[in-house]
Design a protein around this ligand. Structure first.
Ligand SMILES: C[S@@+](CC[C@H](N)C(=O)[O-])C[C@H]1O[C@@H](n2cnc3c(N)ncnc32)[C@H](O)[C@@H]1O
Length: 234
C-alpha cells in the first residue's frame, strides 16, 4: 500500500478570510479527556460508527487530539489525511497518529479552506466539529468538493434540539458555550447544512450512549446525530 510516512505533517495556508483557531486551554482539556479511558468509553460508539466505517483514501477534518485514529481499519483504509486548525490540538494528534494502524498525515487547516484537490477522497469523517466551525455552509462545500463522486460523508455532531423549548435554552446558552468551549454552539442545525450541500442519500439517525450521565444530556441539551451522505456520481 502506497502512502505518506505515518505521522508526517503538512502545513496548509489558511486564506485571510479564515480566522485562526487558537484555544490552548480547551485543546489541552478536550484532547486529554477524549484520549482518556472514560473519554474513550463515552465516545466509542460515535467513533466506531464514523471512523470505524471509513474506506479508501480518507479525509478527517477537525481531528482534535486524534482520538478517531485508532478506529481506522487497515484492511479498509488506505491512508488518512487529517486536518486540524488549532496548533495546540495538533500536538496531541501527533501522538495518536504515531500509534495509528493506518498512515495518518496531519495538516494544519480549517474546514473552510481544505488544502486538497477536488475529488480526492473516498470517505470524509467529521466528529463533533460543525458545532465550532466559523462557517458551516462553506465547510460543507469544501467537504463535498474534495469527496470523489460516490464518496461518502460519515459525520457525528451534537445539534439543535427538535423541541422548541429545549432549542430556546440551547440558544440562550450558546453565547456562554461559545466563550467557554472554543466557539462551540449548542444550537446548530447541522443536518440542514448537509441537506443543502448537494450531497445525496442522506441518512440521519440518533446516536445513543452507554453511560447514564451522557444519556441525560443527549436527550436534553446535547442530542447527537449520525449523519451519512454520498456525493452523486461514481
Ligand atoms: C470538540 S473538538 C472535537 C475533536 C475531534 N473531532 C473529536 O471527535 O474528538 C472540536 C474540534 O474542531 C476544531 N475546529 C474548530 N474550528 C474549526 C474549523 N473552522 N475547521 C476545522 N476544525 C475546527 C477544534 O480545533 C477542535 O479540534
Amino acid at each position: 500500500m502506497q502512502g505518506p510516512e505515518q505521522g508526517t505533517e503538512r502545513h496548509g495556508t489558511a486564506p485571510e478570510s479564515v480566522p485562526v483557531v487558537n484555544y490552548p486551554g480547551f485543546a489541552r482539556a478536550f484532547a486529554r479527556m477524549s484520549n482518556s479511558e472514560p473519554g474513550r468509553q463515552t465516545f466509542e460508539r460515535l467513533r466506531r460508527q464514523t471512523a470505524g466505517r471509513a474506506r479508501g483514501v480518507t479525509l478527517e477534518v477537525g481531528a482534535g487530539g486524534g482520538p478517531n485514529f485508532a478506529y481506522y481499519d487497515p484492511a479498509l483504509v488506505e491512508r488518512v489525511e487529517a486536518t486540524e486548525p488549532d496548533a495546540n490540538m495538533l500536538r496531541y494528534a501527533r501522538e495518536q497518529a504515531a500509534q495509528a494502524r493506518v498512515p495518518v498525515t496531519l495538516t494544519q487547516a480549517p474546514a473552510e479552506a481544505l488544502p486538497f484537490a477536488d475529488e480526492t477522497f473516498d470517505t470524509a469523517v467529521v466528529t463533533l466539529v460543525f458545532c465550532s466551525v466559523v462557517d458551516p455552509a462553506r465547510s460543507m462545500r469544501e467537504l463535498a468538493r474534495t469527496l470523489k463522486p460516490g464518496g461518502r460523508l460519515l459525520m457525528a455532531e451534537h445539534v439543535r434540539s427538535e423541541h422548541a423549548a429545549i432549542s430556546a435554552v440551547q440558544s440562550a446558552l450558546a453565547p456562554i458555550t461559545r466563550r467557554a468551549a472554543a466557539n462551540c454552539h449548542w444550537n446548530r442545525d447541522t443536518a440542514s447544512v448537509v441537506r443543502q450541500s448537494g450531497l445525496t442519500e442522506i441518512s440521519v439517525t440518533r446516536l445513543r450512549y452507554p453511560s447514564a450521565w451522557y444519556s441525560a444530556l443527549e436527550d436534553g441539551l446535547l442530542p447527537i446525530l449520525l449523519i451519512e451522505a454520498r456525493k452523486p456520481g461514481g
